[in-house]
Design a protein around this ligand. Structure first.
Ligand code: PEP
Length: 256
């Protein structure tokens, strides 16, 4: 079987935005990307702006999504937002297990697996973030941490036919997020190859693996050329239309 993994670039806006600046950003992005062949692209604004972004991106090839989701379908979970609600809003993607959610909201590996399944059940594409802290990296624990973070997810997904095409993994070293630091290309490839091995062993051959952490227009081409990097999850640079479009172009250069 030939495996084709379409490159994917997703912008994580985090807790940034306002109606005025969102509109300007999306208009500038659409202008910058016009008349180019594009990879698959998504943007994930904060919840309140999803309807605005949905309207601005309707009839364009760019998808949108949320930055987290409840593992529950409905009920007494004040403040949470369910996967069916995101689907109602036309979301295609949902980021789960971002290191900022793990750190500030105490999300566990088991919860992240449950959120992923909730997303899949509603037809969303979950983008599951994994990655080690600076201390874990310094003490050589990177692969063990990623194995631990992936374990409940792989257990849940094993045997679920063709979900591999829908779920996406994002390797985001915590120490690279928003710091301007990135691992060496060899370091990124080594971790991605390890994740690939784990996915293939679980039967998830189609699953895309994104790299995230200080990706910019200036380093995207080198990172996206790595054999097991299928695109990027982009934080800060996703708020700059020119930089984000350069990153999208770099991903397209590596489309099969
Ligand atoms: C992120 O938060 O998902 C991220 C990748 O951030 P940045 O690109 O700013 O490092």
């Amino acid at each position: 079987m030939t495996v084709v993994r379409t490159p994917l670039v997703v912008g994580n806006w985090k807790m940034n935005g306002a109606f005025e600046t969102n509109r300007a950003l999306i208009e500038a992005l659409l202008a910058a990307l016009a008349q180019q062949s594009l990879p698959e692209i998504g943007v994930c604004p904060p919840f309140p702006y999803l309807p605005q972004i949905a309207a601005l991106l309707a009839e364009t090839p760019i998808g949108w999504g949320a930055q987290t989701v409840s593992e529950h379908r409905a009920g007494a979970y004040t403040g949470q937002v369910s996967a069916p609600m995101l689907r109602d809003l036309g979301c295609r993607y949902v980021i789960v297990g971002h290191s900022e959610r793990r750190q500030y909201c105490g999300e566990t590996d088991a919860q992240v697996a449950a959120q992923t399944m909730a997303g899949l059940d509603s037809g969303l594409v979950p983008i599951v973030c994994v990655g080690e802290s600076a201390e874990q990296e310094a003490s050589g624990q990177t692969l063990a941490v990623i194995d631990r973070q992936l374990a409940p997810l792989l257990l849940t997904l094993a045997g679920v036919a063709d979900e591999g095409a829908s779920v996406v993994i994002a390797y985001e070293p915590v120490w690279a997020i928003g710091t301007g630091k990135t691992p060496t290309p060899e370091g990124v490839q080594a971790v991605h190859a390890h994740i690939r091995q784990r996915l293939v062993a679980a039967g998830l051959v189609q699953t895309r693996i994104l790299y995230g952490g200080s990706v910019k227009g200036s380093n995207a081409a080198i990172l996206f050329a790595l054999p097991d990097v299928d695109g990027g999850l982009i934080g800060g640079a996703a708020l700059d239309a020119q930089d984000f479009s350069t990153i999208c172009t770099a991903a397209m250069m590596h489309a099969v």
